[in-house]
Design a protein around this ligand. Structure first.
Ligand SMILES: [Fe+2]
Ligand SMILES: [Fe+2]
Length: 143
């Protein structure tokens, strides 16, 4: 590794991120499938678009982890689809909050290790997660 070896902590953080991205990709996809009612109709396309964005995040992080010498996990963290639309979007908002906290931690760790590319990658992903968080927060006001 020309820029120096990543710490085990960094590799573990990236795998935590991948596990979460796979979780929400599947969670939002099933919510997109299981929607019901007029309000569900209004949010289903957004859930689909965000599910696809999360899958792309998982792949981008896995590519970075692979380059850094880690092995990407295949196990998502616990998927919580929810029973009602309100339950679903409340859970999704919480998961975006968790992602934001974790990704700020990864950015801080990347800066400690002078890993500019991981830093930049997570700045981009963090921008998306804040957008998702904003979408779910706004939707919750109407559900
Ligand atoms: Fe994501
Ligand atoms: Fe997200």
């Amino acid at each position: 590794m020309p820029g120096g070896k990543p710490s085990q902590e960094m590799l573990d953080l990236l795998n935590q991120a991948i596990a979460r991205e796979m979780q929400v990709a599947i969670q939002y996809m099933w919510q997109h499938v299981l929607w019901r009612g007029v309000k569900g109709f209004a949010v289903k396309d957004e859930l689909k678009a965000i599910a696809i964005a999360e899958m792309k995040h998982a792949e981008a992080i896995a590519e970075r982890l692979n380059y850094l010498g880690g092995i990407p996990t295949t196990k998502p963290t616990t998927i919580n689809v929810g029973n009602t639309l309100k339950e679903m979007i409340e859970q999704d908002k919480k998961d975006e909050e968790g992602a934001i906290v974790l990704y700020k931690q990864i950015i801080a760790q990347a800066r400690t290790e002078k890993d500019e590319v991981t830093d930049l990658l997570f700045q981009k992903i963090l921008t998306d997660e804040e957008e998702h968080h904003d979408v779910f927060t706004t939707l919750l006001e109407e559900i």
